[in-house]
Design a protein around this ligand. Structure first.
Ligand code: SF4
Length: 363
């Protein structure tokens, strides 16, 4: 593990500058009101990879739909996914749902405050574990998210690659030392708030920062150099053919994706990846045969959809298709259903498939 050095006086500044700054500068956010372990947990999962502004309406809807661990545990998965629809990274919603069921079964409905028990729940990694333990239970754990990394690398002028695990654990250790004996909940929130509102990714607002007197990057006029992140490898493009298979004028076929993979449990227009040398119509015919054991005539194009996931760019070509009449079977999907457009409003779809629904609505 790398041992990074805190600037002299940094811990003291955290106590006398950062915490009082947070007292008056913190934003009003719904998860800061009526704080319970459950509310902290939901907000921390939603906020992963997602902006605060985007999360707020989802959080409010979620709390209305599932006000407690018990309510979430007893909901069906489709309702949970529908409530999450549009937030992306759907494994977060599936894990929340499974974890809520475990909390009811194993812990009587109360999120455990024991670090190991908490970490044994689906979807709770080191970041979420530290966030819940500190924010909800007041335990002395420092959190490290992208905002905290930015503050720390600038405060200490750390130019090493923050994608490297050794550097990450060095930063985690640094956060723990900066926390020292301070109250962990307010400290963590203050560090994250500082990164989100003052120590900004582009140009930081150093004049408003409580760490200004001790910050190395500011003193050396090098704030633009930190944090250093090596470039990610370029992500591939995947071409997919998908079908709107009409049974009659209003009813078409959709399939539910298998659990576990990307968008697991969500509904989609059946189809799949184009193989090398295959044209898109042949791809659609093959995919429908493999996925649902049906034959279709592939007609005109409905829409071209582009969407970027974390690890690939999707290019999807969607065709209207005519069903030849053999009954579908869920061979390579979890389920299928004949639906109208109105039915689809009640079901969870990923972003790319919602673009297809929009194209159908505008027909
Ligand atoms: S002084 Fe500037 S660079 Fe340093 S932590 Fe504060 S906002 Fe970030």
């Amino acid at each position: 593990m790398s041992t990074f050095r805190l600037p002299a006086g940094a811990h003291r500044t955290a106590e006398t500058g950062l915490l009082p700054w947070f007292e008056h500068a913190q934003r009003d956010l719904p998860w800061r009101v009526n704080r319970t372990p459950y509310r902290v947990w939901i907000s921390e999962i939603m906020l992963q990879q997602t902006r605060v502004d985007t999360v707020i309406p989802y959080y409010q809807r979620w709390m209305k739909a599932f006000p407690s661990v018990g309510a979430l545990a007893s909901a069906d998965q489709q309702t949970v996914l529908k409530c999450w629809e549009g937030l992306g990274y759907y494994s977060r919603a599936r894990n929340l749902h499974r974890a809520a069921q475990e909390v009811v079964e194993r812990f009587g409905g109360d999120l455990p405050s024991d670090p190991e028990e908490l970490a044994s729940l689906p979807g709770i990694g080191p970041y979420t574990q530290a966030a819940i333990l500190s924010l909800a239970f007041g335990q002395s754990f420092a959190v490290l998210d992208g905002n905290v990394e930015r503050v720390l690398t600038r405060l200490c002028a750390i130019g090493e690659d923050i994608r490297v695990p050794r550097v990450k654990s060095g930063l985690r250790d640094l956060a723990t030392r900066l926390l020292g004996g301070l109250p962990a909940g307010p400290f963590n929130e203050a560090m994250m708030e500082l990164g989100a509102t003052v120590c900004l990714p582009g140009t930081p607002r150093c004049e408003a920062c409580p760490f200004l007197p001790v910050c190395r990057a500011h003193r050396e006029n090098r704030t633009g150099e930190f944090p250093f992140k090596s470039k990610k490898k370029p992500i591939p493009t995947v071409e997919v053919g998908a079908a709107i298979t009409w049974r009659d004028e209003n009813t078409f076929l959709i399939a539910r994706r298998k659990e576990g993979g990307l968008l697991g449990g969500m509904w989609e227009f059946p189809g799949g990846k184009r193989e090398e040398g295959e044209d898109i119509k042949a791809c659609i015919r093959r995919e429908l045969k493999e996925e649902l054991d049906i034959l279709v005539d592939v007609n005109k194009t409905c829409v071209h959809v582009r969407h970027t996931y974390s690890h690939f760019h999707l290019r999807m070509v969607v065709h209207h298709c005519t069903w030849k009449g053999d009954p579908p079977k869920a061979i390579d999907c979890a389920d299928f259903r004949w639906v109208t457009l109105a039915d689809c409003l009640q079901l969870p779809f990923g972003k790319a498939d919602r673009k297809v629904l929009q194209a159908l609505q505008g027909r």
